[in-house]
Design a protein around this ligand. Structure first.
Ligand code: R5P
Length: 279
């Protein structure tokens, strides 16, 4: 078995290769003058892991090109971050179910697909084969331990997303709650934990995706007003669109972290060990 990766996921793929004690394939990427992507990689491999997160449309093309190189191999596909998974329903008439469109194309002719904390698990059924979603709740909890916080309170941004914060808190032995938004008027909104008070506490807010950072920055500002001593933001997938890192920093958070499902300067913990257990 060998592993090959798109340009997006080289670090995670290398860590996965080390965890599984298998070779990583040297793939050379170039662009044609018209912008089309070209890749050449060592062949053949009887069994191959193809690792590639989808943050941009080009990431998707890179995955498809790699799949074609190894079309005769037994392919396990690892999608560390699956973009388009948030459009998991047709919210309005005339919209695509984008998650289905992407999953059906990339899942075709593979023997298994692994995702990591996918935004909506129901998307897995569109891969048309053996698929599993790997949770990083244990690596997140182990990372939080390194922050050496005093009895941290682990919060999720809303009730629907609480399963992740709850799993992390359970593993770490910490208190947990979810944030609730109360709207008093068009302008006046209050965000606070459902039942626990944050005054004087070290708080960790955990979400699957940090995109614009708006969710966590707004929550952080409100929690500081309620007396939180420190606030740490953790995402599984650090998309960091539209100045998100600066936005969170200016909201006063003490640390901003994500995993290496999208490789960032603030990727403080890895998905490799958790993925290796499934492969
Ligand atoms: C939404 O459904 C996700 O779980 C995240 O809460 C969302 O993507 C965060 O977005 P942002 O960082 O832009 O507030």
């Amino acid at each position: 078995m060998k592993i090959v990766s798109t340009q997006r996921s080289q670090v995670l793929a290398s860590r996965l290769a080390a965890a599984l004690n298998i070779p990583i394939i040297d793939a050379r990427w170039q662009k044609f003058p018209d912008g089309e992507i070209y890749v050449r990689a060592e062949q053949p491999a009887e069994k191959i892991i193809i690792c590639g997160g989808i943050l941009t449309s080009e990431d998707l093309i890179e995955l498809l090109l790699l799949k074609d190189i190894y079309y005769e191999s037994d392919i396990s596909l690892v999608i560390p971050y699956m973009g388009y998974a948030r459009q998991d329903r047709q919210f309005n008439l005339g919209e695509p179910l984008s998650a289905r469109a992407v999953a059906q194309v990339i899942g075709k002719d593979t023997s298994e697909v692994l995702t990591v904390n996918i935004h909506e698990k129901s998307v897995l059924k569109y891969f048309n084969n053996r698929s599993n979603d790997v949770s990083l709740s244990v690596p997140v909890a182990n990372f939080i331990k390194t922050l050496l916080l005093d009895n941290p309170l682990v919060l999720s941004p809303d009730e629907g997303a609480h399963h992740l914060a709850r799993d992390v808190a359970k593993y770490g032995g910490w208190e947990t709650d979810y944030l609730e938004k109360t709207r008093f008027s068009g302008e006046h909104v209050k965000i606070e934990p459902k039942s626990v008070r944050v005054s004087g506490r070290d708080v960790v807010i955990i979400d699957d995706i940090i995109s614009t950072g708006g969710t966590q920055a707004t929550a952080a500002s409100m929690l500081f007003k309620q007396g939180a001593r420190s606030i740490h933001t953790v995402g599984i997938h650090g998309v960091f669109a539209s100045g998100a890192f600066a936005r969170l920093t200016s909201a006063g958070v003490s640390s901003i972290s994500c995993s290496d499902t999208i490789e960032r300067a603030c990727s403080t913990y890895s998905a490799a060990e958790a993925l290796a257990k499934y492969l």
